[in-house]
Design a protein around this ligand. Structure first.
Ligand code: UD1
Ligand code: CA
Length: 485
């Protein structure tokens, strides 16, 4: 029977090296805040209690943590007097005196739940007062060093600023993640002093106190030390993001997704991909995007919070909060804005922008169109260059198009307006009034052909040119035409 588990997440620091309006733990990698990653990892342990210590910008940090871990207890640390001080406040806020207490920091986005679980299990099996999640690093600068005696037993953690030159050579470091026996911790915290180089209450001094009490202390080396790396500045944040992405992309490939170019593919932590999805180069799948079986996404596509149906193809597209049905076709160069829902087997083609647009099964908007605030039925085809004019300068209005409608090229639908089932419109139609089912709407006046116009024009020009003895070879454009120079 595992002991009752309390997890304390330290998130009170400001993170000055980020040089940011946003506090460090709220900076994002892989589509989640750093503290969001930590909360996800500790959540895998199903602890009885999570206590988050907040301080800097707590008006943003506290609600963020509450949205991700609604049951978490928030402990406020008004002034940051060290990790020992922070944990004391957490223990007081939660009233913890028994079980196992795991202390994690809010800025280690690569930490895995499985590693924490193994660490806690080992700590409990060894019945230690304190366990340190440790690691060997090539450059130990800035870390607390683990000091061992001749028998190899851990005796203390010495912080960088307090270390002797020999201790600074030690490459075994404390990750800052510690597990405690709750009874011992509650008794030790008030005994920690701030008599050190930084004038802070070091949580790591608990190791020495346990030693003094004749209790067991030990270090558990983590398999992959990068998991405990924190990001202190934006360069480190980007590096952790790259590592996290490589991990996520590799995992999806192992789960049956084809990724042609992992180096240019970015997949957020919360994205879900089904088997036999293909992701082509230069693609970002962000937020809560879900891509179903056999769909092909990319190249050069960004999808945020989108749902792509099985077997759909989405090529060179930018999409947000859009749903693409099974077997549908999108792109190249499509812009799917929030509220777009394309039915199964439908099409949104090149240079088409859609917003709040429900496009039914098998319906197509193939070329150069804007579809805003619209409802299109099944099996309809919208002609090239159609604008759903949804805004009259004051309010937005909706357009509805029925099933099996065929609208001509270069139409404008002035909302609110509706086009009935099976209706048609001529090229260049401006639809201002509803088109009944089965009707053909045309809005242009009857075409007039002025016979003999070209010859008359040539004759009149010859006359003027003769008067001005100008170069007769250069033509003038026809009315309404274009001229290239
Ligand atoms: C700490 C450890 C060090 C370890 C290193 C790993 C101590 C004394 N030192 O050093 O052994 O190698 O982490 O990165 O614990 N925090 C608070 N309130 C405070 C102080 C800190 O919430 O009053 C939070 C910070 O926001 C941060 C974490 O605790 O998330 C660690 O604090 P930091 O000051 O960065 O400690 P380090 O000097 O890195
Ligand atoms: Ca740190």
């Amino acid at each position: 029977m595992p002991a009752e588990l309390t997890v304390i997440v330290l998130a009170a620091g400001g993170g000055t090296r980020m040089k940011s309006k946003t506090v460090k733990v709220l900076h994002e990698v892989g589509g989640r805040s750093m503290v969001g990653h930590v909360l996800a990892a500790v959540g895998e342990l199903e602890p009885q209690r999570i206590v988050a210590v907040v301080g800097h910008q707590r008006e943003q940090v506290a609600p963020h943590i509450q949205s991700l871990a609604p049951d978490a207890v928030l402990a406020v640390q008004e002034t940051q007097e060290g990790t020992g001080h922070a944990v004391r406040i957490a223990v007081e806020a939660a009233g913890v005196t028994t079980g196992t207490v795991l202390v994690a920091t809010g800025d280690t986005p690569l930490l895995r739940g499985a590693s924490l679980r193994a660490f806690v299990a080992e700590h409990e099996a060894a019945q230690r007062a304190v366990s340190i999640l440790s690691g060997e690093v090539p450059d130990p600068h800035g870390y607390g060093r683990i000091v061992r005696d001749e028998q190899g037993e851990v005796v203390a953690i010495v912080e960088e600023k307090d270390a002797t030159p020999e201790q600074r050579e030690l490459r075994e470091i404390s990750s800052g993640i510690l597990a405690f026996d709750g009874d011992f911790l509650a008794g030790a915290l008030p005994r920690i002093s701030n008599d050190n180089a930084k004038g802070e209450y070091y949580l790591t001094d608990a190791v020495q106190l346990a030693q003094d009490d004749g209790l067991t202390v030990g270090a558990y080396p983590i398999e992959d030390v990068t998991e405990t790396e924190g990001a202190n500045d934006r360069a480190q944040l980007a590096e952790l993001g790259r590592i996290l992405n490589a991990r996520i992309v590799t995992q999806w490939m192992r789960d049956g997704v084809t990724v042609m170019d992992p180096a240019t593919t970015w997949i957020d932590a919360d994205v879900v991909l089904e088997q036999d999805v293909t992701v082509l180069p230069g693609t970002q799948l962000l937020g809560a995007t879900v891509v179903a079986e056999d769909a092909v996404v990319g190249p050069d596509t960004t999808l945020k919070d989108c749902e792509i149906g099985s077997g759909a193809r989405v090529v060179r597209t930018h999409g947000e909060l859009a749903v693409v049905g099974a077997g549908a076709d999108v792109g190249p160069f499509s812009y799917l804005r929030p509220g777009t829902r394309l039915g199964a087997g439908g099409k949104i083609g090149a240079f088409v922008e859609t917003k709040n647009a429900v496009i039914g099964e098998g319906s197509k908007v193939p070329h150069l169109s804007y579809v805003g605030d619209a409802q299109i039925g099944r099996g309809s085809n919208i002609g090239a260059g159609t604008i759903f004019a949804n805004y009259d300068g004051i309010a937005k209005h909706r357009t509805t198009v029925g099933d099996g409608a065929r609208t001509g090229s270069n139409n404008t639908f002035i909302a609110p307006v509706s086009i009935g089932d099976g209706a048609m419109t001529g090229g260049g139609t401006v639809v201002r009034e509803d088109v009944p089912a089965g009707a053909l709407a045309v809005s242009a006046g009857a075409q007039r052909n002025l016979e003999g116009h070209a010859a008359r024009r040539a004759a009149s020009r010859a006359e003027t040119d003769g008067e001005r003895h100008a170069d007769p070879g250069v033509g003038q454009p026809a009315p309404g035409g274009t001229q290239s120079r």
